[in-house]
Design a protein around this ligand. Structure first.
Ligand code: PEP
Length: 251
């Protein structure tokens, strides 16, 4: 049984004061056993939220990290720093990191390896651009990003603690979500690749999320699909009320 996930990626939004007010609103209404709720705020709010969420079921995730443990990497954050702040998860390879900040698939793979080695659970994002989809390259792109992303962890005993997020780039922040059928098809393909790599027992345990313009209105159609184990939500997670509705629909 894979426990479904509702994960909120706040991107570069909310001050510490705003994040704290959101956490209070969320905790006041949150009563949804059976769904793992993960909030991924900017680094600056991680400490405050770890205090707010202490003793609750809400998990904390970061949006990025460096693959090295420490050193001369100005502006970067290490995995052990995230663990110290109470993070259980870290989003890696988000399309904004790959496309705006030019992160390569190899770099993402190094981050996944370090995260898992440290006991942080990576949420590895993969997804094709519109041009790649139109050229019929979706599966090739997913296979490549996945292969490089998990290259360093194939022999790890805890691979099942990784989460994959299928996020077609053209659906992120556009209001134009994938159809549930297209998302299911892509995610079933990803699970097949995980099965080739880790064996079917492990592949059946790994949670795979859909992300891209998820809303309270459309989330039900995604989580009802056989291989979709929840969602990674950007815009709609910024509003505590909307995110609570998404959590309820995920249960
Ligand atoms: C995301 O940031 O991962 C995302 C899917 O954004 P949105 O829900 O706004 O499309």
């Amino acid at each position: 049984m894979r426990i479904p996930i509702a994960a909120g990626n706040w991107k570069m939004n909310k001050t510490v004061a705003e994040a704290s007010a959101y956490a209070e609103a969320l905790l006041q209404e949150l009563d949804t056993p059976g769904v793992e709720v993960i909030i991924c705020p900017p680094f600056t709010s991680l400490y405050a939220l770890s205090q707010k969420f202490a003793g609750s079921s809400v998990k904390l995730g970061a949006q990025n990290m460096h693959w090295e443990l420490k050193g001369a990497f100005t502006g970067e954050i290490s995995g052990s720093m995230l663990l110290e702040l109470g993070c259980e998860y870290v989003i890696l390879g988000h399309s904004e990191r790959r496309h705006i900040f030019r992160e390569t698939a190899e770099e993402v793979g190094k981050k996944v390896e370090t995260a898992l080695k440290l006991g942080l659970r990576p949420i590895l994002c993969v997804g094709e651009t519109l041009e790649e989809r139109e050229r019929g390259e979706t599966e090739a792109i997913l296979a490549y990003q996945l292969e490089k992303g998990i290259e360093g962890i194939t022999t790890f005993p805890n691979v099942e603690s990784i989460v994959i997020a299928y996020e077609p780039v053209w659906a992120i922040g556009t209001g134009k979500a994938a159809t549930p059928q297209d998302a299911q098809e892509a995610i079933a393909f990803v699970r097949g690749k995980l099965s080739e790599q880790f064996g079917s027992e492990k592949a059946q345990q790994i949670r795979i999320l859909y992300g891209g313009s998820v809303s309270p209105e459309n989330v039900g159609q995604f989580v009802n699909q056989e291989d979709i184990d929840g969602t990674l939500v950007g815009g709609a997670s910024l509003d505590a009320g909307k995110f609570l509705d998404i959590i309820k629909e995920t249960a």
